[in-house]
Design a protein around this ligand. Structure first.
Ligand code: ADP
Length: 181
């Protein structure tokens, strides 16, 4: 794992299954309906049970780059923050800004709910097809800037499911001063 300390906050990149995380909140890479999907979204709904979907139905969907919150149902995490990443086309359709907004809005929602520990998956890096090195750079620099400005968080953990994302996310955190532990 790779770790970088920013004041009282630790940013980590680890490999694992986000549904097992014990952070206050986990972030879901959802789609705009918020009514469930494949990938990490499907895994979160399966592990968390029907309570999450019941709450999602009342949220009226979510725009790309925005984030909304539900409880965690049967998950160890108390909350799920649902965000919608951009579908990657060619990088010239606002994808970088939209991906950046996912991280900012998720962290804003966390602050509003007093959530101090958060786990993120590699948003848009699955079926939405974002080039992984570019997504990693946006994810980590955006989170780093946010926690530098908001001395609220204790832990922001990137939970990478496969080595395809784990390697590039580790590299970016190391390039910003992160150390392997
Ligand atoms: P998107 O539609 O935003 O691309 P996906 O769910 O298809 O979302 O993929 C996002 C990332 O989540 C991919 O890197 C995928 O490997 C990863 N992923 C899938 N299941 C899990 C899980 N249980 N925990 C953490 N990450 C996961």
């Amino acid at each position: 794992m790779v770790e970088l300390k920013i004041g009282d906050c630790v940013i980590q990149v680890v490999q694992g299954d986000i549904t097992k995380e014990t952070t206050d909140a986990i972030v879901n890479a959802a789609n705009r309906t918020l009514l469930g999907g494949g990938g990490v979204d499907g895994a979160i709904h399966r592990a968390g049970g029907p309570e999450i979907l019941e709450q999602c139905k009342k949220l009226g969907g979510c725009e790309t780059g925005d984030a909304k919150i539900t409880t965690g149902g049967r998950l160890p995490a108390k909350y799920v923050i649902h965000t919608v990443g951009p579908i990657y086309r060619d990088g010239k359709h606002g994808e970088p800004e939209l991906l950046r907004n996912c991280y900012i809005r998720s962290l804003e929602v966390a602050v509003e709910h007093g959530i101090k520990t958060v786990a993120f998956p590699a948003i848009s890096c699955g079926v939405y097809g974002y080039p992984i090195p570019e997504a990693a750079k946006i994810a980590i620099t955006t989170v780093k800037e946010f926690v530098e400005k908001n001395p609220h968080f204790k832990l922001v953990r990137f939970v990478m499911f496969g080595s395809d994302t784990y390697g590039p996310y580790c590299e970016v955190l190391k390039s910003l001063g992160g150390v392997e532990i």
